[in-house]
Design a protein around this ligand. Structure first.
Ligand SMILES: *[C@@H]1O[C@H](CO)[C@@H](O)[C@H](O)[C@H]1NC(C)=O
Ligand SMILES: *[C@@H]1O[C@H](CO)[C@@H](O)[C@H](O)[C@H]1NC(C)=O
Ligand SMILES: *[C@@H]1O[C@H](CO)[C@@H](O)[C@H](O)[C@H]1NC(C)=O
Ligand SMILES: *[C@@H]1O[C@H](CO)[C@@H](O)[C@H](O)[C@H]1NC(C)=O
Length: 545
């Protein structure tokens, strides 16, 4: 008996050692169920500088799984609805607080304003011209401005601008853009954007909704719709350039939903950085029509990459290891891109996708690609939960990625294939492997409030000596994520002069805050140091308007 016990103990030690080694060398990330139910399905999601998550769904679909507090109810035509359709979630403690939205937020858009207020726009029916504000505090709730938009916006996209305003572009049958918040009640100015009409596939299945917006570091707006893109000077209401068509014949916007990200902007002390955009996944233009007739076409495998600031840009095409429609592209603090959620067949919409893609894929944009057979992609570990239409993802300040939602049905339905999902999961990317030492930021000078172009230094500690030449600092703007697009997502790699070890395990980084508001619009950012390939926890900093 004693012998057997000893043998078991010995085997156990051996296994533990092996698993440590394997986790350090070929760890493919890890999933954790954070909350079985937050009461709603997270169709839209953002992270506030308080590290709380705001999530919301539509408000016109009847009961959710959480009721409003204080006996509040919504009166929707002849029915009374006492359920919440928006919640505040605190990942640190797992608490859920119901919030009150009176109008319909279905397929709407949003952005965190320069002063940290979540500004959310549009939706459906009684909500299609509403602008809603969530100003964080202990027990705040939504405030709604019923005529905050000049026109109805359903499936529009938003971007924070250098002057602190938010541009709202497109929406179903809306070929225009406008700015919020309005300077005055009487300001109803709309700017026409024929590009949005020209890029529709057809009126019923436009394939260019939720256009991908990226603020170019020259201050103009990159607008991508379907398979085409322009650079818009929204100050002078002028299209400055048209980019080459993304080859391959796939559509990349709703309902052929792919995703897109502005790759990390590498700041230096001489001039404006180049900007590169990547677009991944999507499906054929007729996929939605086919799926509604019961034929589920395979999603696209391709990504296109374009230097939008180049004189003669050309799309560089790459192939993902998995086909994907409705994937989210989330920038990690390291500057790599996580492609997560979605399906391998069908399109966005109710009951029109099959074959959930459970494995996220990591894309390393900086990996040298000496020849065609070198891939920048890596398949990571699978979740158990399908995240199809109306699912979301968002980076957390601790470097994990929060994932929620999925409700490819008209109403909440828990007894069907791909049931409505009310859970939140956190995915830990490979850099969080056990056994990897994480750097930890100990101070930031001059502090959390930054001014453009000023000198910034920070101290961090790490058990890892690392290669100081390869240590860098990133700033990540929180996104507003819905329908597979992380609006306003932005990652800056700061210009540094020096990284030094001041005493054993203590390091100092000296560098510069971003130079201009076009590079980094005013607002809140998560500041990370990446040392030995591992990011610290993020610490919030703010650039004043
Ligand atoms: C939501 O509520 C429904 C109806 O009460 C119930 O059947 C279902 O299990 C609940 N779902 C979750 C995830 O709590
Ligand atoms: C591509 O580059 C890799 C890495 O150097 C090499 O192993 C591989 O043989 C190359 N493939 C081709 C087709 O040249
Ligand atoms: C849920 O979906 C199943 C299968 O499509 C359907 O039979 C059922 O009526 C739905 N339930 C609700 C509440 O919509
Ligand atoms: C990161 O933050 C978490 C709490 O969110 C904390 O438990 C952890 O120790 C922190 N890690 C480092 C390296 O600072």
């Amino acid at each position: 008996m004693i012998m057997a016990g000893k043998i078991i103990a010995f085997l156990f030690t051996l296994t533990a050692t092996c698993s440590f080694l394997s986790s350090a060398w070929s760890y493919e990330g890890e999933w954790k169920l954070l909350e079985k139910s937050i009461g709603i399905s997270a169709m839209h999601m953002t992270l506030l500088p308080s590290d709380r998550i705001i999530a919301f769904d539509r408000t016109n679909m009847g009961p959710s799984n959480i009721t409003l507090s204080n006996g509040r109810c919504l009166h929707v035509s002849k029915t009374i609805d006492c359920y919440a359709h928006s919640v505040e979630f605190d990942p640190a403690v797992g608490s859920v607080r119901p919030l009150t939205i009176f109008t319909d937020t279905w397929c709407s858009s949003g952005a965190l304003s320069a002063d940290g207020v979540l500004v959310q726009s549009g939706g459906y029916g009684n909500g299609d011209r509403v602008v809603r504000y969530f100003k964080p505090c202990a027990d705040c709730d939504w405030a709604e401005d019923p005529s905050g938009l000049s026109t109805r916006r359903w499936y529009a996209s938003n971007q924070v601008l250098p002057n602190g305003k938010i541009i709202v572009v497109g929406g179903k049958a809306e070929f225009s853009y406008e700015f919020i918040p309005k300077s005055s009640k009487s300001d109803q100015t709309l700017y026409q954007l024929p590009f949005l009409k020209e890029t529709m596939h057809d009126r019923m299945v436009p394939n260019n909704l939720y256009p991908f917006l990226h603020l170019s570091p020259d201050g103009n707006l990159f607008v991508f719709a379907n398979d085409r893109a322009i650079l818009l000077d929204y100050v002078n209401d002028k299209v400055l350039r048209s980019y080459p068509v993304l080859p391959g014949g796939f559509s990349r916007n709703y309902p052929s939903t792919g995703s897109s990200a502005l790759l990390p902007l590498k700041l230096s002390n001489d001039g404006t950085p180049d900007a590169e955009v990547v677009v991944c996944g999507g499906t054929l233009p007729n996929s939605n029509v086919k799926a509604n007739a019961g034929v589920f076409l395979p999603a696209a495998r391709t990504c296109g990459r374009l230097v939008i600031t180049a004189e003669k840009p050309e799309w560089e095409m790459e192939e993902m290891p998995l086909n994907r429609v409705m994937g989210d592209m989330i920038l990690l603090p390291t500057g790599d891109v996580l492609i997560i959620n979605g399906a391998a067949k069908g399109t966005a919409g109710w009951e029109v996708a099959t074959e959930p893609v459970l494995n996220p894929v990591l894309y390393r944009p900086n990996k040298p690609r000496i020849n065609e057979s070198v891939t920048r992609f890596e398949v990571l570990s699978a979740s158990k939960i399908p995240r199809l239409y109306h699912s979301t993802a968002h980076l957390l300040s601790d470097g994990r990625v929060l994932v929620g939602g999925s409700n490819p049905h008209r109403n909440y339905n828990f007894t069907t294939l791909y049931p409505t999902d009310l859970s939140l999961e956190a995915f830990s990317p490979p850099y969080l492997a056990a056994g990897k030492s994480r750097p930890s930021i100990s101070w930031v000078k001059p502090g959390a409030e930054l001014v453009y172009n000023q000198r910034v230094s920070l101290g961090f500690c790490s058990a890892e000596k690392g290669d100081l030449e390869k240590t860098y600092v990133t700033m990540v703007a929180p996104s507003f994520t819905t329908h597979s697009f992380a609006m306003n997502q932005r990652l800056l790699v700061l210009a540094l002069d020096r990284v030094s070890e001041t005493s054993s395990g203590n390091f100092v980084v000296e560098g510069y805050a971003p130079a201009t508001a076009a590079v980094a619009p005013p607002g809140y950012y998560l500041l990370f140091v990446v040392h030995g390939g591992v990011p610290s926890n993020g610490t919030w900093v703010h650039i004043k308007h």
